[in-house]
Design a protein around this ligand. Structure first.
Ligand code: FAD
Length: 381
């Protein structure tokens, strides 16, 4: 089978690229995934204001609003145990990845993209130093003028030899859990610093709760922290009473989140890397859905400029990398600053002054925007 574009991985990055290509008139596209859809993905399933903007552009905004659980407030607990509540006008949504990823894949199919599952990409087809397609573990071959690599954190085709920096996670799901309506928790517990634990409501009764911690120590060695014991302690400290009357659904699950500060190794002759396969996640919040979708759109724009606009591949690939650096480097550097703040007493001091209107306005603008990834205005009564 032969296509203009083959996309390996139909998560938010790959599926957004497929939709954005089709929106630009490139529909001879194969979207390949090792799993059939709908499928589960271990994730908090939080869609930030930035993600919602992209979802709108990709044409599934109304469906996501209809199926998702709206969030308009964040309860923050500082390392010293103080609480602050940021109510903002920048609404977010929680929508289980099983449903969200499927919506995006269905949208791509409705625009003429060919979905092929199960297709576990196993080896590349190469010719004259260019990638020309992909072979599956099951023995199928897909030939294409261009290949997009959107196979996530464990990308088998990444050419990035730099040591991987990652965030380790562990999470679970509970029903009949009492929580304030439309409010998510970010808990900057000392035990998981400089990262955090979260509680994201998926419906009025069901929530997911998880922790993220550094996957490596300062020297880059794999962390020896016992994640399960850390999670047990976290749950007991912050949700012990409420969990006693809630019902756990399924088993705890974990998955690494791979990040970088300086994006690199995003191109090869005939191919582009995007989303978490290119390490595009936020190092302080672990957010990766909006970055994956945005890089999928950038990839579609680069490819359509080559396929339809007569732009030379080398020029388009160079612009693709630059565009990512302009878009993400500032936020990724700010992520390290946010980690430093979280590891210091600053957050506790800020919480002590939070009742002063001017301080509150500033905190909502700075902290709220850093966490949400876009401008946030105070809505607290
Ligand atoms: C516990 C946890 C919580 C998180 N919470 C959030 C959150 O609330 N909000 C947020 O924005 N981000 C969150 N993230 C990050 C987010 O899940 C990822 O960054 C995001 O899914 C990356 O999208 P992607 O499309 O690049 O990759 P993925 O979503 O990982 O998709 C990759 C796809 O490629 C397929 N694939 C992989 N290998 C192959 C192969 N060889 N052949 C064919 N197909 C293949 C996979 O089946 C998958 O469908 C969380 C991550 C974790 C681990």
């Amino acid at each position: 089978m032969s296509f203009d574009v083959a996309i390996i991985g139909a998560g938010p990055g790959g599926a957004a690229a497929a939709v954005a290509l089709a929106q630009r008139g490139v529909t001879n596209v194969a979207l390949l995934d090792r799993e059939g859809f709908p499928r589960d993905k271990t994730c908090g399933s939080g869609l930030s204001p930035n993600a919602l903007k992209l979802i709108q552009q990709l044409g599934i905004g109304a469906k996501v609003k209809e199926l998702g659980y709206p969030i308009n407030a964040v309860r923050i607990v500082t390392p010293g145990g103080r609480e602050l509540r940021i109510a903002s006008d920048a609404a977010a949504v929680v929508l289980l990845r099983r449903h969200f990823d499927h919506l995006l894949v269905e949208r791509a199919q409705s625009l003429g993209v060919t979905l092929m599952t199960p297709f576990r990409a196993d080896a590349l087809i190469e010719e004259d130093g260019r990638v020309r397609g992909v072979k599956s573990f099951e023995g199928k071959e897909v030939h294409a003028k261009y290949v997009l690599f959107a196979d996530g954190a464990h990308s088998v085709f990444s050419q990035d030899q730099r040591p991987k920096r990652s965030i380790s996670t562990l999470m679970g799901w509970w029903e009949n859990f009492e929580s304030a309506p439309n409010t998510l928790d970010m808990i900057f517990d000392k035990d998981v610093a400089p990262l955090y634990g979260w509680m994201f409501p998926e419906t009025n009764e069901r929530v997911n709760i998880g922790i993220c911690v550094d996957g490596q120590d300062e020297s880059g060695e794999k962390s020896t922290k016992n994640l399960r014991a850390t999670f047990e302690g976290f749950l007991e400290r912050h949700y012990g009473q409420r969990l006693a009357s809630a019902k756990q659904v399924g088993k705890w699950k974990g998955h690494p989140i791979v990040y970088t500060t300086w994006v690199s190794h995003m191109t090869r002759p005939g191919g582009l890397y995007l989303g978490e396969a290119a390490r595009l996640t936020h190092n302080a919040t672990g957010e990766g859905i909006s970055q994956a979708m945005e890089s999928g759109v950038f990839a579609a724009e680069a490819l359509s400029s080559v396929l339809q606009g007569g732009v030379k591949e080398e020029k388009a690939w160079g612009a693709y990398v630059q565009r990512h650096r302009r878009r993400f480097t500032g936020a990724f550097v700010a992520g390290h600053a946010l980690r430093a703040v979280i590891a210091s007493p600053v957050l506790d001091n800020v919480a002590d002054m939070y009742n002063q209107p001017l301080v509150r306005k500033l905190v909502v603008k700075l902290l709220g925007s850093a966490l949400a990834g876009s401008a946030v205005n105070d809505r607290t009564a």
